[in-house]
Design a binder for this molecule. Structure first.
Ligand code: AMP
Length: 196
């Protein structure tokens, strides 16, 4: 990577944002996108749009999303590949919600390699207890079916701790991950991310 700026956000490098449900990923993603011109690919949001489309594929996707299960590998990989190919090479992308397991990681790495895109990762650290508290609060405001049910939220968090953490560990070994304390205020977390 040829970039001599002290901040990765000023380089032509994509970003993968990791964090358990409730860690404030979405909020930080929107601020980063605005300030540093990232285009956000939010896996959950894209899948919810497909689920609401009324198509046959939408019905399938909805049956997974509503229960808090990961949608099948082929579907999410196709969605992310199309999203990457639809953007010009010069447009930095911020990935939120992908890759979530080791299979997705392999697929994601392969696609990124094929199209010649580089990325770094940020992991916003938060305990599941704090995440759950925040998500149940958010449910009152946003009215998401999969946020309002504690059992479903816990299942999504379990997927994070059991599957996504393995991905983060792998990227950590590759020196790609920056860790940020998510217990701090939104502004402090943002300042921590921007400093990198
Ligand atoms: P989120 O908004 O990130 O919590 O995602 C909401 C739901 O979308 C998840 O519970 C899954 O059903 C689905 N989803 C999001 N990202 C992925 C992914 N990378 N792979 C499979 N399913 C996903």
């Amino acid at each position: 990577m040829f970039c001599f700026s002290p901040s990765i956000h000023n380089c032509y490098v994509d970003l993968v944002l990791f964090g358990i449900q409730g860690s404030g990923k979405g909020t930080q993603a929107r601020r980063l996108a605005k300030e540093f011109d990232y285009d956000i690919f939010e896996a959950g949001g894209e899948l919810r749009k497909i689920a609401a489309s009324g198509s046959k594929l939408g019905e399938t996707v909805k049956s997974y999303v509503d229960k808090g299960n990961l949608v099948p590998h082929e579907i999410i990989m196709q969605v992310v590949k199309e999203a990457i190919l639809a953007r010009p090479k010069s447009q930095k992308i911020l990935f939120d919600g992908i890759p979530r397991d080791l299979d997705q990681m392999r697929g994601f790495d392969q696609i990124m390699k094929e199209v010649g895109r580089e990325f770094r990762c940020i992991h916003i650290l938060l305990t599941p207890e704090e995440g759950l508290k925040r998500i149940l609060e958010r449910a009152k405001v946003e009215g998401r079916v999969d946020d309002a049910d504690t059992a479903i939220v816990e299942k999504r968090m379990e997927t994070f701790t059991e599957k996504t953490m393995l991905v983060i560990e792998e990227y950590k070994k590759q020196g790609k991950v920056i860790e940020i304390d998510g217990m701090k205020s939104v502004d402090e977390v943002y300042a921590g991310i921007v400093k990198e």
